[in-house]
Design a protein around this ligand. Structure first.
Ligand SMILES: Nc1ncnc2c1ncn2[C@@H]1O[C@H](COP(=O)(O)OP(=O)(O)OP(=O)(O)O)[C@@H](O)[C@H]1O
Ligand SMILES: [Mg+2]
Length: 328
């Protein structure tokens, strides 16, 4: 095995993240690495690609060796959590209060951070419990949240650290008031709340470290202006979090017509290809990370044997990862 254990694919909605990460996962599995594909797509597209349904736990991908997949559904996790709180409250509150509290809870559920935090918690779980896999491939969600997600370990770490400091202070104040100048018992014997906060901090510490030492990030884009600009922004954002983009995959490149082909269809395609070439040139010029693969647009959706074709085209990424790790 070579390269980083964790590989993330990101990019805007519909550019081909699920296709590319599935194909990369397949390529990795074919090379003999035990590979887990992790998707956060609420539309269950990984299931569509392999024509099989996946759940919250890793499941073998049928008819492939060394390949497992799971689909994380953070919406459902948040909903379950919310349900739990409601049930507890219902037994304690009057009917009119329940309505009021319901509204408040729903609102808290809608806050943008709730989704990402639940998702990231699962990412950490997966990363921390992936011993049995040589490689874990993350197909990240299309929202702008993907990038914010990667900044979460920092934000949460600081936040937990602040809470911890406050907790230490209040434990100390409270106990000193009761016992005078002796060392507070809870500081000696362990405060359960403090222990929990410390455990959370260690988790985020682990995520922060793993993302920087054992993970690589690839961005998928299409050969058009909008996609190029969005990719530039994404690279900058990742850079802010001190995360390097390993490479860019350009997906849905229009195939050139043969030189003898003529007529309206052929000239349309030629013009289109020339425009796309310009964009790809611009991507080479303007983007820092290398363009590691160009994948042609197919007529059909990418499933079954077509996926293996795309996997062949992504072999360059694995080769690159291998080289990088041997010089590391
Ligand atoms: N190179 C290609 N040629 C033809 N069809 C493609 C190609 N790449 C992707 N597709 C098709 O385009 C659709 C969208 O691709 P995909 O689901 O991989 O995008 P995505 O970035 O994961 O989308 P989302 O942001 O919704 O998760 C799928 O039906 C897929 O089969
Ligand atoms: Mg997808």
């Amino acid at each position: 095995m070579g390269g980083t254990r964790f590989v993330f694919f990101g990019g805007k909605g519909g550019v081909g993240k699920t296709t590319v990460s599935s194909a990369f996962g397949l390529d990795s599995a074919r090379a003999g690495d035990r590979t887990l594909l992790v998707s956060t797509d609420p539309a269950h597209s990984t299931g569509d690609v392999f024509e099989q349904s996946f759940g919250d736990d890793p499941q073998r991908v049928e008819s492939y060796e060394n390949l497992w997949a799971m689909e994380i559904d953070p919406e459902r996790e948040i909903a379950d959590h919310l349900q739990g709180i409601k049930r507890k409250l219902n037994s304690q509150l009057s009917a009119s209060m329940i309505n009021e509290v319901d509204v408040q809870l729903e609102m808290a559920h809608q806050t943008p951070g709730a989704y990402e935090a639940a998702l990231f918690d699962r990412f950490i779980d997966v990363m921390a419990n992936a011993e049995e896999y040589d490689r874990v491939v993350f197909d990240t969600s299309p929202t702008g949240g993907t990038l914010r997600l990667l900044s979460l370990p920092e934000l949460l770490r600081d936040w937990v650290e602040q809470l911890r400091a406050k907790r230490m202070q209040s434990v100390e104040l409270y106990e000193r008031a009761a016992i005078g100048k002796r060392e507070p018992r809870r500081m000696r014997e362990g405060d359960p709340i403090l222990a929990r906060l410390e455990e959370r901090r260690d988790r985020f510490e682990f995520a922060h470290e793993t993302l920087r030492t054992d993970a690589s990030f690839y961005l998928v884009m299409n050969p058009d202006d909008l996609s190029l600009r969005e990719t530039e922004r994404a690279i900058d954002a990742l850079d802010e979090y001190d995360l390097d983009v390993g490479g860019i995959v350009i997906n849905r490149v229009t195939p050139e017509p043969e030189s003898h082909e003529e007529g309206r269809g052929a000239s349309y395609l030629r013009e289109r290809c020339s425009k796309e070439r310009d964009r790809i040139e611009a991507a080479h010029d303007r983007l820092e990370p290398p363009i590691v693969a160009e994948i042609e647009a197919r007529v059909e959706e990418i499933r079954g044997p077509l996926l293996a074709d795309v996997a062949d085209e992504l072999d360059v990424i694995r080769a690159e990862e291998r080289d990088q790790s041997s010089t590391r």
